[in-house]
Write a protein that binds this ligand. Structure first.
Ligand SMILES: [Zn+2]
Length: 391
């Protein structure tokens, strides 16, 4: 078995070379479909072919050329956009000051939030390699030795890291790639079969184009389907690996003093309660608008194994990556909405799993009469309708 170091070298070398092969593959497919099939076979078939019952077919050639040049540019643009992000902005977290855990600065970016992912002691997650705090959903990429925001996976096919910054373009590339390769595969299969039947010959260049199209079709359909499915559940590929057993500790702000019940009784600062600033971090007083901030108290919550705290429903999960408008879903231009990180309350929006935990801990009332939930609102709406029908 390869050592992690040599595996890393192989992956990084593959990442540098494979994009060149991908581009060469598209150039080759274009040459075969446009020149060999459309021009030489369909528009100007040789005399021998015409005698064997293969006539010139201008209409078919034009249809193939038009469809080919409709399907190629979106795939190529999404691929280039994905590569561009990998080369310029793959979503590394800032390197910080490489301090030791007990004295490391930067805690205020967590303790000004209402909820954040923490360890069982209520402190943010620490990266031993970067010597820095990890914002929620950050993963340390061993291939490049950096922490990456909402990293999805390291993909040799696109030559680097797929993260929140380019996951959208990666999904678009695979989806357009699935359409493009399906089309090339159909064209090649149809005319290869016709030529074999009528002229009895098989061109190697055609067969290679068919084999490449079939291989990449399988690959891009699989990748498009799996990444879309995970995105609809708001899971990264890395989070999905340990999905069934994953348990998250979450530090949740106690906004008003009152009885709270922590399910985690192991905190070093109290029974599942953490305060900030505290003894351990007096060296970095928390500043807010120039004023020293009051002490904030956090309760440690714990999710059930397999629960995904970021699942906010399939459509909103998809929108957080693909965008709010239909054209954002199609065009590889804008970054995903989830990359803004402009929420005051958390790094990423939390879903019903966290609301339930907060309710159980007494952080939010069991019944909130001011703001009916969507379900209760719907139930009430249905009851009104029934009453209207009766009267
Ligand atoms: Zn790291």
């Amino acid at each position: 078995m390869a050592s992690p170091r040599s595996e890393r070298t192989i992956n990084r070398s593959a990442a540098a070379v494979i994009p060149l092969f991908m581009i060469a593959g598209v150039v080759y497919a274009t040459w075969v479909v446009v020149v060999k099939v459309a021009v030489e076979y369909l528009i100007h078939p040789s005399k021998r072919y015409q005698q064997l019952g293969i006539p010139p077919r201008h209409g078919a050639a034009i249809a193939i050329l038009v469809l080919y040049f409709i399907l190629l540019p979106p795939m190529a643009l999404c691929y280039l956009r994905t590569l561009q992000i990998i080369w310029t902005d793959p979503g590394y977290t800032s390197l910080g000051q490489k301090a030791e855990k007990d004295t490391a600065p930067g805690l205020e970016q967590f303790y000004t939030k209402d909820v954040f992912v923490c360890d069982s002691q209520g402190r943010p997650i620490w990266c031993e390699k970067c010597k820095n705090w990890k914002p929620d959903r950050t993963h340390h990429c061993s291939q490049v030795g950096r922490c990456v925001y909402r990293m999805d996976h390291f993909c040799p096919w696109v030559g680097g890291i797929v993260s929140e910054n380019n996951l959208k373009f990666f999904i678009q590339f695979n989806s357009y790639g699935a359409l493009y390769t399906t089309f090339v595969m159909i064209v090649m299969a149809v005319f290869l079969a016709e030529r074999k039947q009528k002229a009895g010959d098989v061109q190697a260049t055609w067969a290679v184009a068919l084999a490449l199209a079939a291989m990449f079709c399988l690959f891009s359909v699989g990748m498009a389907a799996s990444t879309l499915q995970l995105t609809s559940q708001n899971l990264t590929t890395i989070e999905n690996l340990n999905r069934g057993n994953a348990v998250y500790y979450l530090a949740a702000l106690v906004e008003s003093p009152g009885p709270v019940k922590s399910p985690v009784g192991r905190s070093g600062y109290g029974p599942g309660i953490v305060t900030y600033p505290n003894q351990a971090h007096q060296s970095q007083p928390l500043q807010d608008s120039g004023e020293r901030m009051r002490t904030r108290e956090y309760i440690i919550l714990q999710t059930e194994a397999g629960d995904n705290p970021w699942d906010i429903g399939p459509l909103r999960n998809l929108k957080s990556i693909l965008g709010d408008n239909w054209y954002d879903w199609l065009l590889p231009i804008k970054y995903s909405p989830c990359t803004k990180h402009d929420r005051d309350d958390s790094h990423f929006e939390f879903g019903p799993v966290v609301e339930k935990l907060k309710r159980q801990a007494g952080l939010i009332p069991q019944y909130n009469s001011e703001k009916p939930s969507r379900h209760r609102h719907k139930r009430r709406h249905r009851r009104h309708k029934r009453e209207e029908i009766r009267t």
